[in-house]
Design a binder for this molecule. Sequence first.
Ligand code: PLP
Length: 454
Amino acid sequence: MSRQTKFVLSEDRIPRAWYNIAADLPVPPPPPLNPGTGQPIGPADLAPIFPMELIRQVVSTEREIGIPDPILDAYALYRPSPLYRAHRLEAALDTPAHIYYKYEGGSPSGSHKPNTALAQAYYNKAEGVTRLATETGAGQWGSALAFAGAVFGLEVKVYMVRASYDQKPYRRNLMETYGAQIVPSPSPDTEYGRRVLAETPDHTGSLGIAISVAIEDTVTHPGTKYSLGSVFDFVLLHQTVIGQETILQMEMAGEEPEVIIGCAGGGSNFAGLSFPWLGRTFRGGRTYRVIAAEPEAAPSLTRGTYAYDFGDTAQMTPLVKMHTLGHDFVPEPIHAGGLRYHGMSPLVSLLKEHGHIEARAVHQTATFEAGVRFARTEGILPAPEPTHAIKVAIDEALRAKAEGRPTVILFNLCGHGHFDLAAYERYLAGALEDYEFPAEAVAAALERVPVVAG
Ligand SMILES: Cc1ncc(COP(=O)(O)O)c(C=O)c1O
């Protein structure tokens, strides 16, 4: 065999600590604010919805946060995940670029999401919580938390964004098989859901609405805490096992990436891959071009405003400084349900604001074209979310070809698309639509963003 395709680490190379970028950030992140007082929130504000250990992780500035053994044991079901060199895609593109992808779709639930689901379920269980409430956009997060609930013995209730609930019914079966309870969002199960349905009975839902109802469920059910699959600092922290493994695997391959790419909905897989590399830069190492790929239909990083806003539609979360399209903006029902979010992680937003990362928005049809091209060369059917990263990786590889310049590209293939076949069917039938950036709807939503100094 003349070439190596997979770079595989043995089980004892699973990272023993998560990497906390707060230790290396060149500028401190603006604090989350209590919307009532306008003052920075403290642990007491978060204690009703999160266990103490996760709150401690959010305020920690330690560079390494040790991973408890029960979580490592569960990680061993699928970690370390493989790094692939995309020889066949490179050949099809006839590019001098070397393309590598980290494959997180081999986890039990099919994406990177168990990296934090297992951690959140573990800490909740350790602090006596019996039930978790959450939202899910693509269904990947709900599946991951349902799996983690089964691993650590917790009840799980999932509010699934209506558009995804209708697009992929088998995700519901998977979550129920793990033992979770699923309802579409908006649903009549909560006061806020009933209000939204009264106004718009056929509402397609959004992550912003589903977060509101999951928080309402949490505070109205004793023994319940809230769990979330993205955006919040501790979620990004738990995902850094991805990037840490790629540092070892790129060493095995004898190369260093020039360009690092991830799709970004709330920012967690993007951060999980890129933060350990960016940390090396911040500690005086070389710089990388780090690119977040997002949908044209919800382009928070490329078209949003960097401002304090709510993470959810009903204004139940703290105010966080982030790139936002406005908390009540409802993105069109694109098939990349995990990217249909009005905001972006505050940490990712901060890095974009200070020029440490780039962002690029892409249309849905172009991403599926890239996904099909990838499936036909590399064999893996990607979830609609990482097809955004694939599209940007292909564009970068073609640019290298046009410039006659070799480069090394690393991207995150954060989930498989086996539950997304209805979307592929529509693409293959030529029935998939692109949505123009809804400038007027965003302008109207931005007018409702609270005015906060700072
Ligand atoms: C496969 C997949 N990729 C990406 C995302 C977007 O989330 P994040 O930006 O936090 O990785 C989701 C969210 O549901 C997802 O399921």
